[in-house]
Structures are given as C-alpha cells and as structure tokens.
Design a protein around this ligand. Structure first.
Ligand SMILES: NC(=O)c1ccc[n+]([C@@H]2O[C@H](COP(=O)([O-])OP(=O)(O)OC[C@H]3O[C@@H](n4cnc5c(N)ncnc54)[C@H](OP(=O)(O)O)[C@@H]3O)[C@@H](O)[C@H]2O)c1
Length: 286
C-alpha cells in the first residue's frame, strides 16, 4: 500500500528510509527533507506512523522483503536498519533486500550498525556495485530520556558504573551524516564511527540536564546486583542484561573516544550534550 502525501520536491534523488519512525530514522528523514530531497518513509503501519509534510509514506515489513518492490521503485538511495522484530533481532532477509534494491536501480545505501555482525550488513559490505556506508554511532544522547521519569518524580538518576565515560552522539548528527552519505559522492565503501564532541561521565551528564531544567538532579549509584534486579523487573532477558553489564561496566574504547566524523562529513561540528539537553529540557520538567 502506498499513501502519498503532498510531494513538491524534485531534485532527482529519491531516498527510501527504513526505520523511519524510529529515533535515528526520524532524523534521517528530517535531514533529507531539509536538504531538499524527495523522501519515502517505510513503516509497518502507515495508519499509525506520523511523518512531516512532503514525505511519501509506504507500508512494508523488512522481514517480508518481496513486498518491498513497490517501495523501492524509482529510489536512488536507501537507508537501512539491520534489525526487524522484537529486541532488535538481526534482520535475516538482508541479502534479498539488496537484490531488490539493485534491481530497482538504487545506487547508495547507508546501514545503521546494530552492534554486531548481521546478514544485512555482511551483504552490503560484500556488494561492490553499490556505494555503501555503514553508520556506527556510539551511545545515542536520547538514551538519557530513560531518566526522565526518575528526574521528574524524584529529582534523581539511579545507575550503575557512574564513572563510565561515553562520547554519546546527538541523533540529529547521525541523521545528518546519513543524509550526506546518501546523496553526495565520496562516501562509498566506508564505515563511519559517529560520536559527539565530548566524552562525559554520568555525573557530568546529570549536571548538564540539571542546568537545562534549572533544578538539581542527584546521581545515585546502584550496585551491579541492584542494576540487574532493575533490568529483570523491566523484562530484559539474560542476553540483554549481559550486554548492558558489559557495555556499561567495561565500555569499549570506541564508546568514549571522540572522533570528528560529523564535522568531516557534514562540514559542521557535532552537537553537544548541553545542546541536546536544552532541546529536551521539557522532558525533564514536571
Ligand atoms: N540506543 C543506542 O545508544 C544505540 C547506539 C548505537 C546503535 N544502536 C542501534 O540502533 C538501532 C535502533 O535504532 P533506533 O533507536 O532508531 O530504533 P527505534 O527508535 O527503536 O525504532 C525502530 C524502528 O524500526 C522499524 N522496524 C522494526 N522492525 C521492522 C520491520 N520488521 N520492518 C520494518 N521496519 C521495522 C520501526 O518501524 P515501524 O514500527 O514504523 O514499522 C521503527 O521505525 C539498533 O540496531 C541498535 O543496536 C543504538
């Protein structure tokens, strides 16, 4: 099913964005629109999803790739997520999606890396007929929204491993890097680690949010056992809990090492956590 809204853009490049209703996909859509490109957004539920004016909305499921042919018609660039299903299960249909993309004439592909190898990413990397770019962001700044309820209700953040460092990235900057890679020359066969401009501790992050909301935020350190109990209560399975313990307790160097990808690719500096917190201050205010 294709539900077409007003489309006044015609620069010759039409980009299909998957995961378009998600944290990163929304930003890819916004950046492409801002740059004047035609954007088609894929969602499993076109009746529910909300997109900006000018976006063409198409319904489809990446786990059922043969239904995607109409969505790919006339598309020159394709932004892909590497998961499809519960708990970011790796998308097994990647090779078929790429076959369809090539047949439709897609020239450029970006893939949002999911933290490990996936059949989709493997297929993309092996494809020398496409200009592909793998986007490897570190922690998203928007993860801080998970603290919103505790901050609004109790003026506190409760986390384990409070001294861990993270070079977290503004999701708008991931969108901006994707938009450039999808529409300009020179980004093929590349993988881009994408970070923000600073590595911050949890104390620095909570202080930044406190500054943005104009009210103090206490940081309460949880023991590992308390954190595991909380994640269990939230319904996380053992695999996810193990992953969280590893990335928070033993963050890999890439997670806290600042790189200049955003500036190199987009021509402007990466946005700071202070800027993000200012934009989201309402979420941390009663
Ligand atoms: N959070 C972090 O700090 C972080 C850091 C680095 C990398 N990552 C990676 O980023 C990814 C998550 O991205 P996100 O936060 O932007 O996702 P998200 O906000 O959870 O959104 C999920 C999106 O995926 C779409 N989707 C899910 N299954 C689908 C399917 N079968 N067919 C079509 N669309 C499907 C949903 O679309 P509809 O519901 O509209 O169909 C939705 O737009 C994960 O791979 C994660 O590992 C996260």
């Amino acid at each position: 099913m294709t539900q077409t809204q007003t489309d006044t853009r015609a620069d010759g490049q039409s980009i299909l964005v998957t995961g378009a209703s998600g944290t990163v996909g929304r930003q890819v859509v916004a950046e492409l629109l801002h740059r004047g490109h035609r954007v088609r957004a894929l969602t499993r539920d076109a009746a529910k999803a909300r997109f900006p004016d000018g976006v063409e909305v198409v319904q489809g499921d990446l786990t059922e790739p043969d239904g995607l042919a109409p969505a790919l018609e006339g598309v020159t660039g394709l932004h892909l997520i590497a998961f499809g299903g519960e708990y970011f299960a790796p998308l097994e249909t990647g090779p078929r999606i790429l076959e369809l993309a090539r047949a439709a004439g897609v020239r450029r592909v970006t893939v949002l890396h999911g933290g490990g190898p996936t059949p989709l990413e493997d297929a993309v990397r092996a494809d020398d007929g496409l200009d592909w770019t793998v986007l490897m962001p570190v922690e998203f700044m928007s993860n801080a929204l998970e603290w919103a309820a505790g901050i609004v209700e109790r003026d506190e953040v409760r986390e384990p491993f409070v001294n861990r460092l993270s070079a977290m990235v503004h999701e708008g900057d991931i969108g901006a890097v994707a938009a450039v890679a999808l529409t300009e020359e020179g980004h093929g066969s590349r993988e881009y680690v994408i970070t923000g401009p600073q590595a911050l501790t949890l104390a620095e992050k909570t202080a930044t949010i406190a500054g943005a909301r104009g009210r103090a935020v206490a940081l309460v350190e949880l023991t590992e056992d308390e954190a595991v109990a909380r994640w269990r209560a939230a319904g996380h399975d053992d695999g996810l809990i193990g992953f969280l313990l590893e990335v928070y307790g033993n963050t890999p160097e890439a997670g806290y090492t600042v790189v200049d990808t955003v500036e190199k690719v987009t021509g402007r500096p990466a946005r700071s956590f202070a800027e993000w917190a200012g934009q989201h201050a309402h979420a941390f205010t009663a």
